[in-house]
Design a protein around this ligand. Structure first.
Ligand code: F6P
Length: 503
């Protein structure tokens, strides 16, 4: 429902801040605005506290429809969209967040030529600061005394420190949805920028990560970057891990570290994947695959880290090394557009299509299309592919978690074998039942695909069941509540649970 936005000051008890919000606005033909609700872990997580909990989600206006909604004073209840100057937003989001911080944490630079930290980068960094400050100021205005504020991701790394300056009374959490780069790689950033970024994050009371690997790497990074400060990372037996920083600047003395491995939402996925539109998509997809054939399924946003091209090359190597699979298997690859403002993403998307077409031209027969590639986002069709998956291929170069690896085993009708990159965060929880791969090793991935396709039906079903159990251990609602409660406990002088996964 769309209603007039009424600015409320200092009344929100729980605040979430993220670049992309839970709703987007599109123009209808008659010029009115159509509000579309998005999905994802944070949306279902926040639903756990119910509509009366005094929650407010602060996000950026991303497109023309969003900006117009802000201008017209149109807002969804519980959502505050910020109309940040488009040039500032573009420099902060595309320039810094997506082209620098995301690249650093995913270790994706082609280092002989990039990155180049020049005057243009400095200009964008100033915009990134302004963008973070816009969030911090609104959060400071909206938060009730003692409220809990949950700030999301690399877009908003400076906001915790900035908010802390305005509102020392609120409890601030920051959550990283990405991997964290090892100190040697992180230190590619200019020293003053690396320092500002970490001190910004350490302005939070508590920093959350998806796996203990990323949390530990972050803790190793802090002393190596914050040389002029007295930085003590600590993993005590009787307390949760934390980092103590002494020195000038916005950082508080102690920041707690927590690990929250977001899991799949089994209840939602099982219900949604049995709705009529999914059944319709299955009929169409079965037609494309052909009768009696096995499927290797992948579903990704076309992010540079997802390694879709090497996945296709591994499939081609499988057809070469094991010709017995020709005509008997189809690679169902969904690669949905992402960050198309960036040339490097557009080029990558084009390369995915080119390689898929090349495989089809080389091996295809009148009755068999080896790769069924779809690039138009369709959630019902993704669920249809999940249900039909015999093998799930999830081979990212590096990934914070990767929920697809967790979702397919939950949804697949007959159970699937999971070929999983050891560089995905999900590997930490799923490695016992998955077939692990080095994402750069195309021949190794081809061998893993062969192993997965050759698995007996019984073993595949059993492994898939165990994968589904591990994948749903921490549903989004509990993931969110755990973070909320940990922050609330800090304010009450309570002790953090030790959720760091220590031996
Ligand atoms: O790749 C995952 C991720 O980088 C998350 O960490 C982040 O929240 C999200 O993508 C942002 O995506 P977008 O740029 O499409 O808003």
């Amino acid at each position: 429902m769309v209603s007039e936005h009424a600015a409320s000051e200092r009344t929100a008890q729980v605040l979430v801040a993220s670049n992309r919000g839970p709703v987007t606005y599109a123009f209808r033909e008659d010029g009115t605005l159509d509000a579309r609700r998005g999905g994802g872990g944070l949306v279902s997580g926040l639903s756990a506290i119910g509509p009366d909990a005094g929650a407010l989600w602060v996000c950026a206006a991303l497109g023309d429809g969003d900006r117009e909604a802000v201008r017209r004073g149109v807002a969804e209840p519980g959502v505050r969209m910020l109309d940040i100057d488009p040039a500032i937003h573009a420099a902060a989001y595309n320039g810094i967040a997506n082209s620098v911080l995301w690249f650093v944490n995913h270790m994706l630079y082609q280092t002989p030529l990039e990155p180049v930290f020049d005057a243009e980068f400095r200009r964008q960094w100033v915009a990134y600061r302004t963008y973070n400050r816009a969030f911090a100021e609104v959060l400071a205005t909206e938060a009730a005394p003692g409220a809990v504020v949950l700030i999301q991701d690399y877009h908003l790394a400076l906001a915790p420190g900035m908010l802390r300056e305005h509102r020392p009374d609120v409890r601030i959490g920051h959550f990283s949805h990405t991997p964290w780069a090892p100190p040697e790689y992180f230190r590619m950033l200019p020293d003053d920028i690396a320092e500002e970024l970490l001190l910004g994050m350490l302005g939070a009371d508590r920093l959350g990560f998806l796996t203990s690997r990323w949390a530990r790497t972050f803790m190793r990074t802090c002393p190596s970057v914050l040389g002029p400060y007295d930085v003590v990372p600590s993993w005590p037996k009787d307390e949760a891990p934390h980092i103590t920083v002494r020195g000038p600047g916005p950082a508080r003395g102690r920041t707690w570290i927590g690990v929250h491995g977001l899991g799949a939402d089994a209840e939602f996925l099982r219900r949604r994947s049995h709705e009529t539109d999914v059944a319709e998509r299955m009929v169409a997809l079965r037609e494309q695959v052909g009768p009696g054939r096995k499927t290797i399924v992948r579903v990704d946003r076309t992010e540079l880290s997802k390694n879709i091209v090497r996945g296709l090359l591994a499939y081609r190597a499988l057809l070469d090394e094991h010709p017995e699979w020709r005509e008997r298997v189809v690679h169902v690859a969904f690669a949905y557009p992402s960050r198309q403002d960036l040339t490097v993403y557009r080029d990558y998307t084009a390369e995915v299509t080119r390689v898929a077409e090349e495989i089809n031209a080389q091996y295809g027969t009148p009755g068999w299309t080896p790769v069924v590639l779809h690039v138009k986002d369709d959630f019902a069709r993704s669920l249809a592919a999940y249900r039909m998956a015999d093998v799930a291929l999830v081979n990212p170069i590096r990934d914070g978690m990767n929920l697809v690896a967790k979702e397919i085993p939950v949804v697949s009708d007959a159970g699937c074998a999971l070929v999983l990159s050891r560089e995905a965060g999900a590997y930490e929880e799923l490695h016992d039942e998955a077939i692990g791969v080095n994402p750069y090793d195309v021949a190794g991935t081809a061998a893993a695909l062969h192993q997965a396709l050759s698995m007996s039906d019984g073993e595949r079903a059993e492994r898939s069941k165990r994968l589904a159990v591990a994948a749903t251990a921490l549903p989004p609602q509990q993931w969110f509540l755990d973070q909320l409660h940990a922050l609330q406990a800090l304010g009450e002088g309570g002790q953090e649970p030790d959720d760091f996964g220590r031996a």
